[in-house]
Design a protein around this ligand. Structure first.
Ligand code: B4P
Length: 188
């Protein structure tokens, strides 16, 4: 099973991906987590992406596609991949389709978490207090939302055309959203 958790920044993708890992044993492939780990470790990649991430911009397609490609064998061994925060552009989605096709696989479902903008801002502000992530500032969050609307939202028609998109209400509690995702994944 290969699924994408899709939605605007702060929609709950990372939160729900971790629950799916615990419940189903699949592997979470979060480009955000991989890039933050590189940044924290001070690797060459981390130094290249730090400023881009901190201001809320997208890093290059080539970088994230390579990160994902490296981790696909882990997901195959586990029997499932949860793509979290990837793809974020149509070019990334096309590259992912090609990578999976080359391994005899495909995306099975794209779960889109639907959350209104006021709630996204509230969650960002709460996480800023609790975790102090460098891109959870008001300015960076505005850039992240703009990038989502300008570049990532184009994936909605892309996956709708493939008949893979399932909309899930992301406004409830973490457990309520998890239950709705489970229904979307286990349908048909
Ligand atoms: P990400 O790490 O993917 O950041 P995000 O979109 O904000 O998602 P995140 O997983 O953190 O938030 P979530 O919705 O889970 O990316 C960070 C940066 O990395 C990007 O801006 C970009 O620079 C770079 N990047 C990553 N992938 C890239 C790609 N493919 N291409 C190019 N660049 C890339 O959760 C948000 C908060 O809400 C949490 O604090 C959580 O506790 C809370 N929450 C979740 N569910 C809730 C609920 N139901 N109720 C209340 N609170 C909830």
């Amino acid at each position: 099973m290969n699924i994408i958790l899709f939605g605007p920044p702060g929609a709950g993708k990372g939160t729900q991906a971790k629950k799916l890992v615990a419940e189903r044993g699949w592997v979470q492939l979060s480009t955000g987590d991989m890039l933050r780990a590189a940044k924290e470790a001070g690797t060459e990649l981390g130094r290249r992406v730090a400023a881009i991430m901190d201001r809320g911009d997208l890093v290059s397609d080539e970088i994230v596609i390579e990160l994902i490609e490296e981790r696909l064998p882990d997901a195959e061994r586990a029997g499932g991949a949860i793509f979290d925060g990837f793809p974020r552009t149509v070019a990334q989605a096309e590259a992912l389709d090609a990578l999976l096709k080359g391994r005899g696989a495909e995306i099975d479902r794209v779960v889109r978490l639907v959350v209104d903008q006021d709630e996204l801002v509230r969650r960002m502000a709460k996480r800023a207090e609790e975790e102090g992530r460098a891109d959870d500032t008001v300015e960076a969050f505005k850039v992240r939302l703009k990038n989502y609307n300008d570049q990532t939202a184009a994936l909605i028609p892309y996956y709708k055309a493939q008949g893979k998109l399932a909309d899930v209400d992301g406004m409830g509690t973490v457990d309520e959203v998890a239950a709705s995702i489970a229904s979307a994944l286990d349908a048909d």
